[in-house]
Design a protein around this ligand. Structure first.
Ligand code: ADP
Ligand code: ZN
Length: 517
């Protein structure tokens, strides 16, 4: 799986697998016959594309959707993967290039429309080309009872037998009946290894809070769960140590875990965590892969998680036994600044940086959500759901308000001060505090000076944090967190778009700890 992770990062630029992907990739790469049922948008294509790179020869992908095949081939080629498609949408040149690539053994993925399977001698051609895996997208098309039935899909089973290679089938919709049909028609009746799992983990309570004395927030959360096993994920190694020490001081059994520790010391923590009841491990994301403890009752994030995928994985370590588990993720403007600068200062090409900023925006959207948090989380993975009743926002629907006027004031203060100042100074200008710095820059003469007086400084903090979360203002890395306007801010400034923000929650009112069993 190390190879798979390396490819995920280098070829796709994704730091983490999405829920379900890792297991499926492992099975497909190992040559198991598999059937994976994942919601649309869940990331199915990666589950055959990545194993294709790990297997010898070429992977044949059968898909009924020509536009989608062409998109995928284009995406793969752009990432440096040798892929081609044989579809009716091809130019003659594309078709020739595909056959040449296949004959010369250069291709790793060959996409093919099902009609092609009807042409004579195709099995022999594919066998000679070294096809070592068949991937079938939209596998439910083999079902005669569904409305997507494709008669040519019935030839796939034959082809599998002729080539004698493993087959991986994917679909978003498969009731038990369709699944049985897929097993019969594609796998010749032998049951494939089946992955069917919604992404929801309904026993896990979700909560986010903005940082407001973060150490105290974590200690309060842990205190309410005394004696229960928990993990606190921290953004830095130093914080794992200092938080563990603070927890011990408050009478908890706690220890630190990070990649900088000796392998032996790390193993000792893992073993202790597995055996002891109620140990708290303060850890970096290095902790958890090998941890298989079913009764972890809570997971807290002392800093903003790295991505939605990472967040999902880390909270998913809680409550594997199905009993209630609690989570809390803290985030603040510093997290946002740090993450933006890590992306901006990284060595990735510009398109990848844009994609990384976009993924960070999605994570911040989850943090600043106005409706059910689980709906936002599952929606990101392509799964639709009703309000869950088991998240902080279902517990206490946040009050939102029309903040267009304040946001415009803030944006105009940023503009008029030359986009060269951070939140603190901007708030001084908006609330009319004639500090030395404000006077020094002549900002007390600006028309924006004092226009936001009726909104308190604390509320302004919340407004700026949410503006950063919505990507209406972006910290400028070269200027120590000076806020710059972004493209989405322009229509707001022009009065063409409205902004609703959350009234900031009262300081974390803790939920009573759950008692499992
Ligand atoms: P499906 O075929 O299941 O509908 P796709 O394979 O098209 O979904 O993937 C949906 C989206 O998820 C794509 O934009 C893809 O780039 C993205 N995606 C897939 N895997 C990951 C991952 N591990 N991390 C981040 N994004 C991912
Ligand atoms: Zn909810």
């Amino acid at each position: 799986m190390d190879e798979a992770r390396a490819l995920l990062e280098t070829v796709w630029g994704f730091p983490e697998f999405r829920p379900g992907q890792a297991e499926i990739v492992e099975a497909v790469a190992a040559g198991r016959d598999t059937l994976a049922i994942m919601p649309t948008g869940g990331g199915k294509s990666l589950c055959f594309q990545l194993p294709a790179l790990m297997r010898p020869g070429v992977t044949l992908v059968v898909s009924p959707l020509i536009a989608l095949m062409r998109d995928q081939v284009r995406g793969l080629q752009a990432a440096g993967v040798a892929a081609a498609a044989l579809t009716s949408g091809n130019t003659e040149e594309e078709t020739r290039a595909a056959w040449d690539g296949l004959a010369e053994g250069r291709l790793k993925l060959l996409y093919m429309a099902p009609e092609r399977l009807a042409s004579g001698g195709i099995a022999r051609t594919l066998a000679q080309a070294g096809v070592s895996l068949i991937a079938v997208d939209e596998a439910h098309c083999v079902s005669q009872w569904g409305h997507d039935f494709r008669p040519d899909y019935l030839r796939i089973g034959e082809l599998r037998r002729a080539l004698d290679v493993p087959l991986a089938a994917f679909t978003a919709t498969a009731d038990a009946e369709t699944r049985a049909e897929i097993a019969t028609r594609l796998f010749g009746g032998a049951a494939p290894l089946t992955f069917l799992r919604g992404f929801d983990r309904p026993n896990i309570h979700l909560a986010f809070a903005s940082k407001d004395g973060p150490r105290r927030q974590i200690l309060t959360f842990a205190a309410a769960r005394g004696g229960q096993a928990g993990i606190v994920y921290c953004g830095t190694r130093a914080k794992t140590e200092s938080l563990a020490a603070a927890l011990v001081q408050e009478g908890h059994a706690a220890c630190a875990y990070h990649g900088g520790m000796e392998a032996e010391a790390r193993r000792a923590v893992e073993a202790r965590f597995g055996q002891e009841d109620g140990l708290i491990v303060c850890a970096t994301v290095a902790f958890g892969m090998g941890v298989d403890k079913p009764d972890i009752r809570w997971v807290a994030h002392a800093d903003l998680p790295k991505s939605i995928e990472g967040y999902y994985q880390e909270i998913g370590r809680a409550g594997r036994d199905g009993a209630p588990a609690e989570t809390l993720a803290l985030y603040g403007p510093d997290d946002i600044r740090l993450r933006r600068s890590q992306i901006d200062e990284g060595l990735a090409p510009p398109e990848r940086k844009d994609a990384d900023h976009g993924r960070l925006n999605a994570l911040l959207g989850l943090a600043e959500a106005l409706g059910c948090r689980r709906q936002v989380l599952l929606g990101y993975f392509g799964e639709e759901s009703a309000p869950c009743g088991n998240c902080d926002l279902c517990d206490r629907p946040p009050e939102s308000y029309d903040a267009t006027r304040q946001v415009r004031m803030a944006l105009s203060a940023m503009l008029r001060t030359g986009e060269r100042f951070g939140t603190g100074h901007l708030i001084d200008v908006l609330t009319g505090r004639a500090t030395e710095k404000v006077r020094g820059h002549g900002h007390d003469d600006l028309p924006t000076f004092g226009v936001g007086r009726e909104t308190g400084a604390r509320e302004w903090q919340a407004i700026f944090r949410q503006m950063m979360g919505r990507d209406l203002a972006r910290p400028d890395t070269e200027r120590h967190g000076a806020l710059r306007l972004t493209e989405p801010a322009v229509p707001v400034l022009k009065g063409e778009a409205e902004v609703r923000l959350r009234r900031d929650e009262a300081p974390l009112r803790d939920r009573p700890a759950v008692r499992a069993m």
